[in-house]
Design a protein around this ligand. Sequence first.
Ligand SMILES: N[C@@H](CCC(=O)N[C@@H](CS)C(=O)NCC(=O)O)C(=O)O
Length: 277
Amino acid sequence: METVSENACLGGVQGVYRHTSSATGCDMTFGLFLPAEAKDGPVPVLWYLSGLTCTHENAMVKAGAQGWAAEQGIALVFPDTSPRGEGVADHEDYDLGQGAGFYVNATQEPWAPHFRMWDYVAEELPALVAEHFAIDPERQAITGHSMGGHGALTLAMNLPGRYRSVSAFAPISNPTAADWGRKQLTAYLGDDESTWAKHDATLMMKQVGFDGPILIDTGTSDQFIDLLRPEALAAAIAERRQQATLRLQPGYDHSYFFVSSFMEDHVSFHAEALYRD
Ligand SMILES: N[C@@H](CCC(=O)N[C@@H](CS)C(=O)NCC(=O)O)C(=O)O
């Protein structure tokens, strides 16, 4: 693993690291914020999965998460959203290919050789981070924005016991029923929709739910709200009587101004679960 940069930040360190990934078969870059407490021993960790067109960098510089994480003594991991590089398949559309991994393991050509973001975020990166940094693997939580909110919710429901809490900002909530979803799931996983179900938060909510607290915020002025389908996930949550807080925030759009506006609430929400014994 190679250190790209390390900057003192709020008493801790904001690092960027690069490594050769066996999951994606290419070099991957991620951001990691370690609070001051990590100098004394392992700290809880909050994963932040980003949305379409993002790298590890967008949330790291625009979400305003480090201040709240420093206050709570929590580490933050910012993975990239897809494999990248010259030998990696891509598409001219912004919502397919590089920058749009959708947190799945692709089975279809030309994506299958590298687009294995599920394995990368669920298995490889957690092991790497725990090996090299003062992270407590027993205290993990996950959040994300848009496509990353979809990733956070589906990982949390598919890996019971892994994350103590899950939250999301404007998550893609029902991708099997929206153009942010059907297009990518068809490309990456093929036409057999039975392979899509584990990657749909609404379907997973109906089938298994989540054994812990959930917090979801979406802006009422989100320009993509028809693609996000928060109402479908809300109905599934109500049907299941799942512990959850869903909020529609008046006037907020899809941008990082929205994400940063509610970041304090999300970090505090996760801190409560992460510090509960
Ligand atoms: N570029 C796309 C929108 C993509 C987009 O809004 N991406 C969100 C996540 S889904 C984002 O975080 N963009 C990067 C940023 O704001 O830093 C469009 O114009 O339709």
